[in-house]
Design a protein around this ligand. Structure first.
Ligand code: UDX
Length: 440
C-alpha cells in the first residue's frame, strides 16, 4: 500500500519505518529540509534501539523515502498519517497548529480520495477540526473530493518503540465509515500476532483512549510515589508493599515502581492536556490534577534528601549523578527528573559530575547554561571525590557496579538510589550510607 507519514519525529519516523518493514511503500514528509537531508544520508535524529538498522534496510529496499515536498508526499499516499508534534500551549492544552497545517497541506494538493489519519496525540474533537480544515481548503479550491478522517493513536514507549509498533497490545482505530475501517484493517493486518488486536470504535472514543491510557499509567506512578513517601514516614518498605499489592491481579505488577517522578514527552504533557480538555467542559479532573501535583512534588524528592543530609548550603559539595535521560534506553531529556535534581543541588552551590550512557549530548544542550555541571565519559569518573552518588535513571549498566570501586572513589560513601535498584542491606554491610525511595 502507498502510505504517507507527515512528520519525522519520534512517532512519525518509527511508524514510517515499521510500515515500510511490512512491505508498504512509505513516504515521510517533513517541512524541515535539513532534517530530510540528514535522514536521506542515513542519519537518525533520535536514539531508539533498532531504528537505524530498520530505516537503513527499508531505504535500501526502496520502500522508505523522505521528502520536504508537500505536493509529492500528498500525491504518494492514499493514506496520509499525521504524526506531527502537539506541544503544550501556554495554558497546557495541546497546540494543534502543526496538525491543522498538515491537514491543510494535504487538502491543498490532493487530487483524489484520501484517508487522513491522526496519529499525533490530540484532544477529543480534533478529527472534526481536521475535517473542517480540509473541507475549507477544498472549498477554496472549488473542488469536491472524497476524504475521511480517522484517529489511530500511538501507544509506543520510547526505548521499545519498534517492538511496540511491530507487536502491539492493541491497535485503536476510530473511524466513521466502512471504507476507512477496511483500509486501516489492511494496513494493520500484518501486525496482528496470534489474534485480532484491532479495535474499531468511534473517532472521539479513540481520541480519548490515548489520554485515558496515559493518565491511568501516570496515576499509578504518582500513587506509588506517594505511598513510598508514606512508607518512609511510617517505617515501612515500599518494595515489599509493591509486591504485596501487585499480586492482586486487579492491580498487577506492572508500572508500580516509585522513583523521582515521571518525565518524558507524553505523561506530563498529556496529563495537563486532559485537565484542560475537561476544564473546557466545566468538569474538574480532581484525580488527574492531584497526579500532576504529586509528580511535580516528587521531582524534588532526591534533592530534598541531600538537603536533609547536608543542609541548605551545598557550596563546596560535589555529587555524582548516574542517569540523565527521563528513562533508560532513550536520549530524551524532556521533563527528565534529573534536571530538577541537578538544578536544585547546583542552585544551593553544589557541583555535579554527571554520566549517562546515551543522553549526554542531549543533556549538555539542555544544561548548557549551568557551569556547575561536568559531564564525564566514564561512570566511575563521576564518583571521584563526590559527597554522594545519586542514581536517577535505572540504566542496566548501573545495576551491578563494582561497589568496592564506588566506595573507594566517593569522598562520602552515600548512595541515594532514586529507583530502588540496590539491595539496601548489602550496601549498608559494605559500609555505605544508603537511602532509596520509600525504604525506611
Ligand atoms: C508512555 C506510555 O507508556 C506510552 O504507551 C505512550 O505512548 C507514551 O507515553 P514513555 O513516555 O516512552 O511512554 O515511557 P514510559 O516507559 O511509559 O515511562 C514514562 C515515565 O514513567 C518515565 O519517566 C518512567 O521512569 C516513569 N515510570 C514508569 C515510573 O516512574 N514508574 C513506573 O513504574 C513506570
Amino acid at each position: 500500500m502507498k502510505i504517507t507519514v507527515v512528520g519525522t519525529g519520534y512517532v512519525g519516523l518509527v511508524s514510517g519505518a515499521c510500515l515500510a518493514e511490512m512491505g508498504n511503500d512509505v513516504m515521510c514528509l517533513d517541512v524541515n529540509s535539513a532534517k530530510v537531508a540528514f535522514l536521506r544520508e542515513g542519519g537518525i535524529p533520535i536514539y531508539e534501539p533498532g531504528l537505524e538498522d530498520l530505516v537503513r534496510r527499508n531505504v535500501q529496499a526502496g520502500r522508505l523515502h523522505f521528502t520536504d515536498d508537500v505536493a509529492a508526499s500528498v500525491a504518494h499516499g492514499d493514506v496520509q498519517f499525521i504524526a506531527v508534534g502537539t506541544p503544550p500551549g501556554e495554558d497546557g492544552s495541546a497546540d494543534l497548529q502543526y496538525v491543522l497545517a498538515a491537514a491543510r497541506g494535504i487538502a491543498r494538493h490532493m487530487t483524489g480520495r484520501k484517508i487522513i489519519v491522526d496519529k499525533s496525540t490530540v484532544p477529543v474533537g480534533t478529527a472534526d477540526k481536521v475535517r473542517a480544515a480540509v473541507a475549507e481548503v477544498l472549498a477554496e479550491r472549488g473542488v469536491d473530493l472524497p476524504f475521511s478522517v480517522a484517529s489511530n493513536p500511538e501507544f509506543l514507549k520510547e526505548g521499545a518503540a519498534i517492538h511496540d509498533f511491530m507487536s502491539p497490545d492493541r491497535v485503536v482505530v476510530g473511524a466513521d465509515d466502512e471504507y476507512t475501517v477496511g483500509v486501516m484493517r489492511r494496513i494493520y493486518e500484518p501486525f496482528q500476532r496470534t489474534h485480532d488486536r484491532l479495535m474499531v470504535m468511534d473517532v472521539r472514543s479513540a481520541e480519548l483512549t490515548k489520554y485515558a491510557a496515559n493518565a491511568m499509567l501516570a496515576t499509578r506512578i504518582s500513587f506509588m510515589n506517594e505511598m513510598a513517601n508514606l512508607a518512609e514516614a511510617v517505617g515501612a518498605d515500599i518494595e515489599q508493599v509493591r509486591r504485596g499489592i501487585g499480586a492482586d491481579p486487579r492491580i498487577g505488577y506492572h508500572f508500580l515502581y516509585p522513583g523521582a517522578g515521571y518525565g518524558g514527552s507524553c505523561f506530563p504533557k498529556d496529563v495537563q492536556a486532559l485537565s484542560r480538555m475537561a476544564g473546557e467542559h466545566q468538569l474538574p479532573m480532581r484525580v488527574i490534577e492531584a497526579v500532576e501535583a504529586a509528580n511535580d512534588e516528587q521531582k524534588f524528592r532526591l534533592a530534598r534528601k541531600i538537603v536533609r543530609r547536608y543542609g541548605e548550603d551545598l557550596s563546596g559539595r560535589c555529587f555524582a549523578v548516574w542517569g540523565l535521560a527521563f528513562k533508560p534506553n532513550t536520549d530524551d531529556m524532556r521533563e527528565a527528573p534529573s534536571l530538577t535534581v541537578i538544578e536544585e543541588l547546583t542552585r544551593r552551590g553544589a557541583t555535579i559530575r554527571a554520566y549517562d550512557p546515551v543522553a549526554m549530548d542531549e543533556a549538555a544542550k539542555v544544561l548548557k547554561h549551568n557551569p556547575r555541571v561536568t559531564f564525564v565519559t566514564d561512570m566511575y569518573d563521576a564518583l571521584e571525590g563526590a559527597d554522594g552518588l545519586v542514581l536517577v535513571t535505572e540504566w542496566k549498566v548501573f545495576r551491578a557496579p563494582d561497589f568496592e570501586r564506588v566506595r573507594a572513589l566517593l569522598k562520602t560513601p552515600l548512595v541515594l538510589d532514586g529507583r530502588n535498584q540496590y539491595n539496601a542491606a548489602d550496601l549498608k554491610a559494605a559500609g555505605f550510607e544508603y537511602e532509596g525511595i520509600g525504604r525506611a
